[in-house]
Design a protein around this ligand. Structure first.
Ligand code: AMP
Length: 213
């Protein structure tokens, strides 16, 4: 099964994507996580991506596409995947459609997790991330067992630079301008499904399962 998660930054796509991946035994592919891992390892790709990410801007399509096409070549993608944070622009969506069509494949579902802007800014300031293993939490809605410590790997949690309020506003405007049009793109492809992302995260997951099963 090939699934795309759509929705504004902070809508909860990542949390849902991880649960979907576990449930269906398919990889969770987050371009943001891959960029962050490269930044941590100080690779050439990481250095380039950081310039854009720190400003709340998108990494150029050419870099992003090279990275994701490489990832699709991994054996673990044979039975599908859940994409989180990709595609984010029209050229990325077109490139994905074409790469799949070349193999006689297509996306099965594009799930739009809907959350209004007002809630997003509020949510993002409570978000905490583990830069070691990529786990994400929320101080109110999805708190770790021990304050500010990652449940998975025991490292200290941080507020990511790009989750700071001024960067969040920029990311939201970039989202509306460049990524929101993909909702219509996937509606036209006949694979768009919508879920209310303002609900409790377990209820959001139940709604997603009802769509996928
Ligand atoms: P995320 O963790 O998905 O919110 O992504 C964090 C940041 O990584 C974004 O604000 C972008 O700067 C960059 N990024 C992640 N995915 C993409 C993508 N598909 N295209 C361009 N930039 C991306």
């Amino acid at each position: 099964m090939k699934i795309i998660m759509l929705g504004a930054p902070g809508a909860g796509k990542g949390t849902q994507a991880k649960q979907i991946a576990a449930k269906f035994s398919i990889p969770h592919i987050s371009t943001g996580d891959i960029f962050r891992a490269n930044i941590k390892e100080n690779t050439e790709l990481g250095k380039k991506a950081k310039e854009y990410m720190d400003q709340g801007m998108l990494v150029p399509d050419s870099l992003t596409l090279e990275l994701i096409m490489d990832r699709f070549a991994n054996a673990d993608c044979a039975n599908g995947y859940v994409l989180d944070g990709f595609p984010r622009t029209n050229p990325q969506a077109e490139a994905l459609t074409k790469a799949l069509a070349d193999k006689g494949e297509k996306i099965d579902f594009a799930i739009n997790v809907e959350v209004p802007d007002e809630s997003i800014v509020n949510r993002m300031s409570g978000r905490r991330a583990c830069l070691t293993c990529g786990a994400t939490y929320h101080i109110k809605y999805n708190a770790p067992a021990k304050e500010n410590i990652c449940d998975t790997c025991g490292e200290e949690l941080v507020l990511r630079d790009d989750d700071k309020p001024e960067t969040v506003l920029k990311r939201l405007s970039v989202y509306h301008e460049q990524t929101q049009p993909l909702i219509d793109y996937y509606k036209n492809e006949g694979v768009l499904r919508e879920v209310d992302g303002t609900q409790d995260m377990n209820k959001v997951f139940d709604d997603i399962l009802a769509i996928l099963q």
